[in-house]
Design a protein around this ligand. Structure first.
Ligand SMILES: Cc1cc2nc3c(=O)[nH]c(=O)nc-3n(C[C@H](O)[C@H](O)[C@H](O)COP(=O)(O)OP(=O)(O)OC[C@H]3O[C@@H](n4cnc5c(N)ncnc54)[C@H](O)[C@@H]3O)c2cc1C
Length: 345
């Protein structure tokens, strides 16, 4: 077995920060197995990103900077990853558990008939045997799974579960160029749509998240006469003019429950939960969110949870470290002012 591979996800020619966390997880495995840590970088600006991967601990890099790989598309990316795995039989292939990381590794694991562990929270190696901890049943149960000793194990790493290494700008990696497998005429998908992250901070990388739920519609402000959907107007106004200022002063990203997204209060890119994003910030402030199991599935591993809800029986209070019972439209502006004062903003 030759190496531990880590796919470095890029966007607009820059590495996605969660990839450095996956690289840290990969380094732990590579060091324990006594094999090199190899970064895989495909697409625009691949060589520069590979050099950066060295700063974060990669000793080797395989790069493919070809027009067919400019933007992420599953077919050419999976074909190349599968070929690298078939040719070199790495011990493990890791990536951040983003939508793309999950999609790419699952496809390549299926193509190579290899096992896959997704959304891993912890990795340990004892006497040469590696185990991975992951959440099951919407985060209610933590399970340990053995990393296969023969063959290649595919693993995606939950954002913020591992700490990225402190970059060492003097570190260098052996960079090898590899050719893409598919030519443009063999690729059926001509462009793969993506949703831009909205807000100043990427939700999955954010250290602080302020989230709003259906309760955002109980805004006391009245919409202009003739407004088509007053609830949607009220909630959108609340997200923009009440929740966002708190997020701004804390340097936080804005999240939402599915109820808020489904009602059209805020785009899907903000949804936290089982069918949205899985987040693990240091601080998660849930405002007007009841705390349904599917919402918990996406934010349960947050370090500190604060709940603001007018219903003292809301399930979110069972998991919150701090709970404020009351109207979010009174509490949030007061909290924003207080935080501003304390932070001298
Ligand atoms: C297959 C499946 C997948 C799902 N995936 C997700 C998912 O990914 N993410 C997700 O979030 N949900 C998901 N859901 C939906 C989930 O079951 C809940 O319906 C949803 O999370 C409820 O959102 P909410 O808490 O905003 O709304 P509600 O449950 O309606 O809660 C609103 C809360 O706001 C409070 N409130 C109202 N007004 C105020 C006020 N002025 N001040 C303070 N508090 C106030 C209320 O007391 C209440 O607790 C999924 C469901 C299914 C079946």
């Amino acid at each position: 077995m030759s190496a531990v591979y880590v796919w470095i996800e890029t966007f607009d020619g820059k590495a996605v920060p969660a990839s450095w966390e996956a690289l840290a997880a990969g380094k732990m495995l590579a060091d324990s197995f006594g094999v090199p840590l190899t970064a895989l970088v495909f697409g625009d600006n691949a060589s520069a990103v590979a050099s950066e991967a060295a700063f974060y601990g990669a000793s080797k890099a395989l790069v493919s900077d070809d027009a067919t790989l400019k933007d992420f598309r599953l077919e050419p990316y999976a074909a190349l990853l599968t070929k690298l795995v078939q040719d070199n039989a790495p011990r493990a292939v890791l990536a951040a558990a983003t939508s793309r990381g999950r999609e790419l590794l699952a496809a390549s694991a299926a193509d190579t008939d290899s096992p896959m562990l997704s959304d891993v929270l912890k990795l340990e190696v004892n006497d040469g045997k590696a185990t991975a901890e992951r959440a099951a049943y919407a985060g209610k149960v933590l399970s340990d799974a053995a990393v296969v000793a023969d063959g290649t194990q595919f693993i995606t790493i939950r954002s913020r579960a591992f700490k990225a290494a402190t970059p060492d700008a003097s570190a260098k990696a052996d960079i090898t160029t590899v050719q893409p497998v598919l030519s443009e005429d063999q690729i059926v998908t001509k462009s793969e749509g993506f949703e831009a992250e909205v807000g100043t901070v990427n939700l999955t990388d954010a250290a602080i998240i302020v989230s709003g739920g259906r309760g955002m519609a109980n805004n006391p402000k009245e919409p202009p006469a003739g407004t088509d959907k007053p609830d949607v107007w009220k909630a959108q106004d609340g997200f923009q003019n009440v929740l966002q200022p708190l997020a701004d002063v804390l340097g936080a990203a804005v999240g939402a429950s599915r109820a808020a997204v489904d009602a059209g209060y805020i785009p899907y890119a903000h949804q936290v939960g089982q069918t949205g994003k899985t987040v693990s910030p240091d601080l998660y402030i849930a405002c007007g969110i009841s705390g349904a199991i599917q919402h918990q599935a996406g934010m349960r591993t947050s370090k500190i949870i604060v709940a603001i809800n007018k219903d003292p029986e809301a399930p979110i209070f069972k998991m919150a470290r701090y709970g404020l019972v009351g109207d979010l439209y009174q509490i949030i502006p007061a909290l924003t002012e207080e935080v501003k004062k304390r932070l001298g903003k």
